[in-house]
Design a protein around this ligand. Structure first.
Ligand SMILES: [Zn+2]
Length: 272
């Protein structure tokens, strides 16, 4: 993991991958601080789905965009449904496409994904100036959304996997992400290689070991493995290495905070 490549701005608005700035690209993951949303969505929240006002969310977009030195009206989001639909866009759509990944080959348009435990992945092809934002929770991972995005970039835009830079944002870590059969059964069925990213924990105080067996999933490791298997060099894959659930000072967490959890945004793209 290459956590050192990420820097938190002085005002704590986002974690940014400075490496891509030399390509006129951005890769940024917002943190929860520095916005104007009130508790429990305090404060840099990017979704109205949990009852926040449009005014607050709009202000948060403006604030983060200004710090990234981009135009907030050029940030493209989508209606995320934990699926595997990948949408290629060349402008900011008037109505949100139903998708969990956006791919852009037009400089000045910035694809973005909202999360609150799921893994946001940003992909940058500095040679062809193509970028993608991917929402990879367990459902998206089972559906191989990361693979589909990379394959689409290769097919549509001639991306070479060896050129790609990947930034993996904050997500719930294997320290906290306990999963049951709802997750394990489809994961084992559709993605047998995922087993290495599942750890089994036994309670030592239990009379019946089975009744206290629990499983935890490393969603970052799983997707990192997928990226490497697609031919992306290990050295081109960066991760914040931070667990959303472990860090209430920095992140929202749906698992930790329940339905009234705010949403972060992960933004990438190339400047004009
Ligand atoms: Zn944790």
């Amino acid at each position: 993991m290459r956590e050192k490549e990420f820097k938190i701005f002085n005002d704590h608005l986002a974690m940014v991958l400075h490496k891509v700035e030399s390509f006129s690209a951005i890769a940024a993951f917002s943190v929860r601080n520095g916005g104007q949303s009130p508790p429990p969505l305090d404060s840099l929240n990017f979704s109205t789905s949990q009852g926040d006002s449009l005014e607050n969310v709009h202000s948060n977009f403006e604030h983060l965009a200004a710090h990234l030195n981009i135009d907030s009206s050029r940030i493209a989001t989508c209606n995320q449904v934990h699926g595997d639909t990948v949408e290629v866009i060349s402008s900011v759509p008037n109505s949100l496409p139903r998708a969990d990944a956006l791919v852009v080959a037009v400089p000045g348009i910035f694809p973005a994904i909202k999360t609150a435990d799921c893994l946001p992945i940003l992909l940058i092809d500095p040679v062809r100036k193509v970028s993608a934002a991917v929402h990879a929770g367990w459902r998206g991972s089972v559906l191989r959304i990361t693979r589909k995005v990379v394959q689409l970039m290769v097919k549509w835009f001639g991306t070479e996997a060896s050129d790609l830079i990947a930034a993996l944002g904050p997500a719930i870590g294997p320290c906290c992400y306990e999963v049951d059969d709802t997750v394990l059964i489809p994961l084992r069925h559709d993605l047998p290689s995922s087993e290495r990213f599942v750890t089994v924990n036994f309670s030592s105080t239990s009379d019946s070991i089975d009744s206290k067996k629990s499983h935890r999933l490393d969603i970052v490791g799983l997707n990192r493995f997928e990226l490497i298997s697609l031919g992306i060099p290990e050295g081109n894959i960066y991760s914040t290495g931070l667990c959303t659930s472990c860090r209430p000072d920095l992140f929202f967490s749906h698992r930790r905070d329940g339905i009234l959890s705010g949403r972060h945004i992960a933004i990438t793209g190339f400047r004009d």
